[in-house]
Design a protein around this ligand. Structure first.
Ligand code: GLV
Ligand code: MG
Length: 364
């Protein structure tokens, strides 16, 4: 048993106090870059204003002989570049790898004040988070950091998915989660060679009509990630953390990517990984709510100022619960409108004019 009050106490003397709430900020895309490539480092000033989160990847996809260069590139970006409001994250190497100790030690001591979140890949249980939690506290204390670095767990094994709820509740640092669908597919022995997305073989088919057995039967592709994503959304939102869709590897299939991102958005995910500039625009489009939905949600909130009772709007029943749904939509729109003047225009919202937010509520 862990004393729940210990959640409020730093895990090392001199480390910053753990956060009691995960900050909710625009997080529509976590844009992955490999900073072992100097051209990518040079592009940071142009890319940063176009994304909500910029991530220096140190793990898979970075070749072994460029691991150190990727880390140095990230340290350079953290030390020398002004990213404005864009958050800087990293994905460190796996906890059993020869690089992770130096990854954690160097990023915390050299750019700890700049780095908001560390993604920990291949997390399998709360023990993995507890290890990083204590180590980070020690490093933060040594570096004299003023705020704790948060953790994003990537679930990439069936054991990690089995322990998803326990991982979500393992530390106040848990900012959110996503799946690594390629590693996860391998761990589960799923028979796919794709990185995320659907598969034409994973489908349902209608029963044959009696008397026309040879005729075509309607058949539809299904989403093999649906169960996992829905579980992750519950595990995260149950503890005030944020669920994300992971990578979509078929860069040319922009329609497939948009469809997967949208399904994840509707289920509750706040954003997705982007692996290519084309996916930045897709994530921005998908994870910013539809202006028509926002307009409807604003109407509901305006029509029911106290959020109580039964009302009919456009023939649709509205009550206390639908009011809360509308509030989720309007608050997200308001948060994004604060950042993006184009969206502010589309939503008819101007910075700090949230329609219908209850006093004392935070953007969520
Ligand atoms: C990403 O890390 C994946 O395994 O898909
Ligand atoms: Mg992976």
């Amino acid at each position: 048993m862990r004393n729940p009050r210990a959640f409020e106490t730093p895990l090392a003397i001199g480390a910053p106090h753990p956060v009691s709430e995960i900050p909710v900020k625009p997080s529509r895309m976590i844009h992955f870059l490999d900073f072992s490539n100097e051209k990518m480092v040079a592009k940071v000033p142009q890319v940063a204003p176009t994304v909500d989160i910029l991530l220096g990847n140190l793990e898979d996809a970075v070749p072994v002989d460029r691991k150190e260069a990727a880390r140095s590139g990230l340290l350079k970006v953290g030390r020398e570049m002004d990213l404005g409001e864009t958050a800087l994250w990293t994905r460190v190497n796996a906890l059993d790898s020869p690089w992770v100790l130096d990854d954690l030690t160097q990023v915390v001591s050299e750019i700890g004040e700049k780095l908001e979140v560390i993604m920990v890949p291949k997390v399998e249980g709360p023990w993995d988070i507890h290890y990083v939690d204590r180590l980070l506290a020690q490093l933060e204390a040594k570096a004299g950091l003023s705020r704790p670095i948060l953790l994003h767990a990537i679930l990439e094994t069936s054991l990690g998915v089995t322990n998803l709820e326990a991982i979500a509740a393992s530390s106040p640092r848990i900012q959110g989660m996503s799946f690594g669908p390629a590693d996860l597919a391998a761990s589960r022995r799923m028979k796919t060679t794709r990185v995320g997305g659907g598969h034409p073989g994973y489908r349902t088919i209608a029963d044959p009509e009696q008397g026309s057995e040879g005729a075509d039967r309607p058949s539809y592709q299904q989403d093999p990630w649906h169960y996992s994503i829905a579980r992750m959304v519950d595990a995260c939102t149950a503890v005030g953390a944020l669920p994300f869709y992971g990578p979509y590897g078929d860069i040319r299939d922009t329609v497939g990517c948009e469809t997967q991102f949208r399904a994840a958005f509707l289920l509750g995910c706040v954003g997705a990984w982007s692996l290519h500039p084309d996916q930045i625009a897709i994530a921005k489009r998908v994870f910013s709510p539809d202006p028509e939905e926002v307009a409807f949600a604003k109407r509901v909130i305006e029509a029911i100022p106290d959020g109580r009772g039964v009302h009919m709007i456009d023939g649709k029943m509205q009550d206390d619960a639908t009011w809360k749904q509308c509030e989720v939509m309007v608050k997200l729109a308001q948060m994004l409108a604060e950042k993006d003047p184009e969206l502010a225009e589309l939503y008819g919202m101007h910075p700090s004019s949230a329609s219908g937010a209850r006093a004392g509520d935070e953007a969520a």
